[in-house]
Write a protein that binds this ligand. Structure first.
Ligand SMILES: [Zn+2]
Length: 88
């Protein structure tokens, strides 16, 4: 949340472009209010490189929290979870 707000703070309100964000998996629209996300999403961005078949392509997608839970539950190896309270 804080990250989204700081990104918008130096933009004049009239210049803010409201771009709808959708979950690429289920097509659900992610709730936003004044251009700020009201629910968190998994944002993926991948620049494919020379050793892939997609060299020079950038792939981007968003996954809502429910779809994310479903996706990671199918992983053979569980994801790594870092508790930020412990790091800080
Ligand atoms: Zn979804």
């Amino acid at each position: 949340m804080e990250r989204n707000m700081s990104a918008l703070s130096n933009v004049k309100s009239k210049d803010v472009q409201l771009i709808d964000i959708y979950c690429n998996v289920c097509g659900k629209k992610i709730k936003t209010k004044n251009g700020i996300l009201e629910e968190d999403v998994f944002e993926a961005s991948k620049e494919w490189g020379y050793f892939s078949k997609k060299d020079l392509e950038v792939h981007k997608f968003n996954i809502c929290e429910e779809c994310y839970e479903e996706l990671i539950s199918t992983f053979k190896i569980p994801i790594k979870i870092i508790d930020k309270k412990e790091v800080l």
